[in-house]
Design a protein around this ligand. Sequence first.
Ligand SMILES: [Fe+2]
Length: 273
Amino acid sequence: MISIEDFMEDIVGKAMRGNRISIDQLSSLSNVPKDSIEELLKGKFDEIIITSIAPHLNLDAGSLIASGKKTWRPKEVTLNGLSIYNTQWSDMYVNAFLVWDPSNRSAAVFDTGANCEVLIADVEEKKLQVESIFLTHTHGDHIADLPKLLKNFPDATLYTSSKEPIEGANLIDCGHEFNIGPLNGTALLTHGHSKGGLTYFIQGLDRPIAIVGDALFAGSMGGGTVSFEDALKTNRQHIFSLPDNTVICPGHGPMTSVKEEKEMNPFYPEFKK
Ligand SMILES: [Fe+2]
């Protein structure tokens, strides 16, 4: 089972950095002592403190409490035509995905993960034809095994965001449409974690899927390294607007769904009752 990527302390840290709020400022805004906030950032769970600080960070307190208690994880996803590959990169794990049409065996690979050997073996075993390789963004952990992937699938076309060009790739923008056999896909710009991060929304399997890179995680999101505001805005615009049953395939941690993220992602309080 793939571990949840971020818990309460990671979420609060990302929200503080994103909103540019220091421990001192959060302490005076919330009337919570500085050392209690420091303890929370080290992982010490305290429901009253979470409830006091959450509104000052635009976080939903209820889902942040669930994250602190570690009681929630999204339902396991099984979908014919979709596989996840979770590989170790230094001290963390990163995901790559394989999407194929079960009727005509056309396939596309999304990111490479740290090591794509199992993915390549799966393609052979399932007798798939990899036509395209799409990158969600070009951070090192997501493209680490690209040379091996390209060597194994020499006929596949490589696509990446025009805002994150790499050698040999076809450059695409928001709204770019593509096909995997009879499956239809659209690239959507979800930047903010990276300069030109793309989400790939694909329809035609039993459920729609969105391969989001580090734009969103189960119960969290990637750090807003380029722009936290843009990351929030483009996730709202291009991910939370997708159908509720859309499977979200993040770059780290387990798969989830739009419905579960509306209910349980603390960064998006507007969807909670
Ligand atoms: Fe990343």
